[in-house]
Design a binder for this molecule. Structure first.
Ligand code: NAD
Length: 294
């Protein structure tokens, strides 16, 4: 069997074009362009890149954005007050607090300060709780992007056995809840594997759809998947090499070894990553529509 690669970059581009058309219509109908406010605490280089990319994606669809850069020594109280003023600002549609936060700060408390109607990252206790209840409002961008990638690749989810590797709040847990949800685009049987799983290979081999978000290069190889499986690699790992940059990005899957076993697979980069950004933008449009009561 010839493995087909899912081109996340191309699919994300189509989605961004659809969103741009919707934003255009939204503005033509007299509404203010959706606006995303991002908050960064400290000077983590990767956070700067992620927020810059999300800002660019907003611009590319006709949305506005700003970044609030805060000192790494800011207190929780001060950070909460910044978020509260964004909650109260009618010009702000979506709020995103870029993770990680300094470990002096209670992440859960901060994320839960975000107004549920502006929580475009879907990581507050309220948003995650709603997802778990099967009544999602905002779903975290990466799980939402993974589901969209599957749907747009004509993969039928209901009835399939999905194995998720990784139990983070950002990816593993919410994608498990999303795909097992009672819904025409859920209804999968989901197994959640993690660092304490005994005999990972035995579990991953059962997957019709295997989603890996562990952050370990080459964790999954061809001997661990069943013939015809769909493999979604969420991992983004930096590996030192001799290139100009000094590193390359790889996923959690040894792609070469699964070729001709998997039916479909996502590459890294160019698979799930671009979809995550497109979904932040999509959630921001949804937030603007809710705020401006469309
Ligand atoms: P995390 O680092 O918070 O957690 C990793 C998970 O992997 C844990 O739940 C752990 O139980 C599991 N794990 C670790 N070792 C394991 C093993 N040997 N066997 C089975 N499970 C194991 O994870 P995260 O924040 O979800 O990130 C995971 C990866 O996904 C990282 O590489 C991250 O960079 C990437 N990521 C990519 C995107 C994207 O848009 N493509 C978004 C978020 C995260």
């Amino acid at each position: 069997m010839e493995t087909k690669l899912i081109n996340g970059k191309a699919i994300a581009k189509i989605i961004r074009q659809e969103i741009a058309n919707e934003v255009d219509l939204f503005i033509q109908n007299g509404h203010v362009a959706p606006h995303l406010s991002a908050v960064i605490v400290g000077d983590d280089a990767a956070s700067q890149v992620y927020v810059r990319n999300k800002g660019r994606a907003c611009e590319s669809v006709g949305m506005t954005h700003n970044t609030i850069q805060l000192d790494k020594d800011i207190s929780s109280k001060e950070l909460i007050s910044v978020i509260q003023s964004l909650n109260n600002d009618m010009g702000v549609s979506g709020i995103l607090v870029q993770l990680p936060l300094p470990n002096t700060i209670d992440v859960s408390e901060i994320l839960s300060t975000i107004d549920i109607n502006k929580d475009v990252d879907g990581l507050s206790n309220n948003s995650l709780g709603a997802l778990l209840k099967g009544e999602p409002h905002f779903v975290p961008a990466t799980p939402l992007g993974i589901r969209e990638l599957l749907i747009r690749s004509d993969i039928i989810i209901p009835g399939k056995h999905v194995v998720v590797v990784g139990r983070s709040m950002l990816v593993g847990k919410p994608i498990s809840a999303l795909l097992s949800m009672k819904s025409k685009i859920g209804d999968a049987t989901v197994t959640l594997a993690h660092s304490a799983t005994l005999d990972l290979k035995k579990i991953t081999k059962l997957a019709d759809i295997l989603i890996i978000a562990a952050g370990i290069p080459n964790l999954i190889d061809g001997s661990m998947i069943k013939d015809g499986a769909v493999v979604v690699d969420v991992g983004i790992n930096r590996i030192d090499d001799n290139s100009e940059k000094g590193y390359k990005l790889v996923g959690d899957v040894d792609l070469d070894s699964i070729v001709s076993i998997a039916s479909l697979a996502t590459p890294v980069p160019g698979g799930v990553g671009p979809m995550t950004i497109a979904m932040v933008v999509s959630n921001t449009l949804k937030a603007a529509k809710t705020l401006q009561s469309v």
